[in-house]
Ligand binder design. Structure first.
Ligand SMILES: *[C@@H]1O[C@H](CO)[C@@H](O)[C@H](O)[C@H]1NC(C)=O
Ligand SMILES: *[C@@H]1O[C@H](CO)[C@@H](O)[C@H](O)[C@H]1NC(C)=O
Ligand SMILES: *[C@@H]1O[C@H](CO)[C@@H](O)[C@H](O)[C@H]1NC(C)=O
Ligand SMILES: *[C@@H]1O[C@H](CO)[C@@H](O)[C@H](O)[C@H]1NC(C)=O
Length: 321
């Protein structure tokens, strides 16, 4: 029986619009073999990225794509070790891409390179390149990052052109700069869409690099609560939205989970507030953050894996294409 006689016309239409141009195409020789990662350069540019193809990659099956952006002064390789987006335990079926910054910093950090093509252009072009060469499910493209990379994830969401291509966003220990006046970014003006902009945020109360209450001394960072209220407001909660729930999920160390319901969208903005944790990516076994940056991670380990929560959160969202 032919596929057309099995599926309602509407389902068929959404299948074909969500399917990227790369569907049916063999993996380019320069790309990693299924089940492995490689460093690559975006053709025609000097911008580097690391790509992971899952072991079960099928060129005819639209596959989700997960971006993971490194923190300030770090790189794509360290981000892969930290976020574990290439670990089949967390990500059995998706493609992971780890873009590399030009000088260790992403747009919104005061040290970032502002010249065009900038980090937003690079992200947009890299996504085009992924869609042209791989079989991507365009309704399931997601972005996450650590610290400056988490802040940049929000910068992406704020940009009408680039942010519209991503279904949901996550940030771990994000550094959120007030970007209204920043050249190359401008005010946060995402494109209107029915699905909204799902945002998941993790923050430790002992973070001294991106303090949860913000800082004003140098490189001013916003208080995390103001940042979250910004995303709640943009998701239709209005300017004075308060979290709908704020529950204890772990007792020792105390971890609270707060979430916002906006415009009929339940828990569209979510936040884990980890007492005693520092500028770390929560993991039950420890990860790259712990041995290398132990001074910033006083607990050593967390009672949960942030990566697991991120993939669960992302699984709840896709774009209506
Ligand atoms: C991949 O890139 C990382 C980050 O720049 C670098 O440390 C590593 O040596 C590179 N790996 C290879 C095989 O070139
Ligand atoms: C949004 O990103 C696109 C692609 O990089 C860029 O051309 C555009 O200038 C950005 N828009 C704003 C308002 O910064
Ligand atoms: C949640 O509750 C804690 C106190 O238990 C409070 O400090 C925090 O501000 C509340 N809200 C959020 C969004 O974390
Ligand atoms: C957290 O992830 C690690 C792998 O990085 C895994 O070994 C561990 O079992 C996970 N913990 C939980 C509670 O799932």
């Amino acid at each position: 029986m032919r596929l057309t006689s099995l599926l309602p016309l509407a389902a068929l239409a959404s299948l074909s619009t969500a399917q990227s141009k790369g569907c049916g195409r063999a993996l380019p020789c320069s790309f990693p073999e299924a089940g492995t990662s490689h460093n690559l350069t975006l053709p025609g540019t000097d911008r580097r990225y690391r790509l992971y193809i899952p072991a079960n990659y099928d060129k005819n099956k639209p596959t989700p794509l997960y971006f993971s952006f490194h923190g300030a002064t770090r790189d794509m390789l360290e981000e892969e070790a930290l976020s574990q987006f290439s670990n089949p335990q967390f990500n059995p079926n998706g493609i992971a891409v780890y873009p590399d910054s030009t000088n260790g910093y992403w747009l919104s950090n005061p040290n970032a390179d502002l010249s065009r093509p900038n980090d937003l252009d690079f992200t947009n072009d890299l996504l085009d390149h992924m869609e042209e060469n791989l079989c991507i499910d365009k309704s399931r493209v997601y972005s996450a990052g650590k610290s400056n990379g988490g802040g940049f994830t929000s910068v992406i969401a704020c940009n009408a052109t680039v942010g519209s291509r991503f279904a949901a966003f996550a940030s771990v220990s994000g550094a959120y700069y007030d970007t209204d006046e920043t050249e190359g970014i401008g005010p946060c003006e995402p494109a209107e869409r029915e699905e909204g902009y799902p945002f998941l945020e993790f923050h430790g109360t002992a973070d001294t690099t991106a303090p949860i209450d913000g800082n004003t001394e140098k490189n001013a960072k916003l208080p995390v609560i103001d940042f979250l209220h910004g995303w709640a407001a943009r998701n239709g909660c209005g300017d004075n939205a308060r979290w709908a729930r704020n529950e204890t999920v772990f007792v020792k160390p105390l971890v609270k989970h707060a979430s916002w319901d906006c415009d009929g969208k339940k828990e569209i903005v979510q936040h884990y507030r980890e007492s005693e944790n520092g500028h770390c990516w929560p993991s039950t076994v420890g990860n790259d953050d712990y041995p290398e940056h132990a001074d910033q991670c006083p607990l050593g380990k967390s009672p949960y894996n942030a990566t697991e929560y991120i993939f669960e959160f992302f699984a709840g969202y896709r774009l209506n294409l």
